[in-house]
Design a binder for this molecule. Structure first.
Ligand code: NAP
Length: 243
């Protein structure tokens, strides 16, 4: 059997890094995409290879259509056509809408929304039939928290892209779903929050803890694996019951 190929965007750190490790452990050849954390991405490649897995690190800013085309080119040249695409790359900066400057608005939509659009558009013509696409939303879309307006709007758009694209891929056997995590213990979550805010958010779900990257990697592994073939066009909230 030929080895399946997965691209995980934003896999140098945080949730994406754990997803990449998990998929490599399940036998996929994994592209660890990053924008700036080259050392972390290369260290993860070495760690996957040390465990007998196959991985390469590829730098690409998902906000750039040209970079994303090159990401698919490199993947095809080095590993083969893509079977699994995990659109994990994302940024969050908490600011009240009234204080959000143009640059933050543009950057948030460029990475979270256009970044997802760029890889989906490329995937449409370049993914193998029978593939799996997992986008990243956020449970904040269901919470409407103050200071998250632009982030939430960028992720609500990702949910819409997910639902429409699942239908546009009719006949290809490709499923398109989104995972919408609640708070997960990564830089993205911790940055800009006081200890008190962190504790308050950690206590909010009935399971009374922060999510860990492993919690989310398990959901992604399910959505890329054999038992989720009938799930398509769905937004799966993974948040310990928060919303
Ligand atoms: P993180 O720890 O900040 O890691 C973000 C990753 O994205 C890094 O590998 C980073 O790589 C990469 N990245 C950022 N900009 C990029 C770009 N333009 N092109 C390619 N890669 C880029 O974040 P995380 O918490 O793991 O978040 C992963 C996803 O989960 C995001 O979509 C986020 O919105 C979503 N999410 C997270 C939480 C949470 O509480 N953590 C909750 C809900 C949803 P470089 O270092 O190389 O830039």
């Amino acid at each position: 059997m030929t080895q399946k190929v997965a691209i995980v965007t934003g896999a140098s750190r945080g949730i994406g890094a754990v997803i990449a490790e998990r998929l490599a452990g399940e036998g996929l050849a994994v592209v660890i995409n990053y924008a700036s954390s080259a050392a972390e991405a290369e260290a993860l490649v070495a760690s996957v290879q040390a465990k007998g897995g196959k991985a390469i690190a590829v730098k690409a800013d998902v906000a750039s259509a040209g970079d994303v085309r090159a990401l698919f080119d490199t993947t095809e040249q080095q590993l083969g056509k893509v079977d699994v695409l995990v659109n994990n790359a994302g940024i969050l900066k908490m600011v009240a809408l009234a204080e959000t400057d143009d640059e933050l608005y543009e950057r948030t939509f460029a990475i979270n929304t256009r970044g997802t659009f760029n890889t989906l558009r490329e995937a449409a013509s370049r993914m193998n039939d029978g593939g799996r696409i997992i986008n990243f939303s956020s449970s904040t879309v269901g919470m409407n928290l103050p200071n998250y307006s632009v982030y939430i709007a960028s992720k609500a758009a990702v949910e819409s892209l997910t639902q429409v694209f699942a239908k546009e891929l009719r006949g290809r056997g490709i499923t398109v779903n989104a995972v919408a995590p609640g708070p997960v213990a990564t830089d993205l979550f911790f940055n800009g929050k006081s200890e008190e805010q962190i504790q308050n958010l950690a206590k909010m779900p009935p399971l009374e803890r922060l999510g860990q990257p492993d919690d989310i990697a398990g959901v992604v592994a399910f959505l890329t694996g054999p038992d989720s073939g009938w799930i398509n066009g769905q937004i799966l909230r993974a948040n310990g019951g928060l919303v």
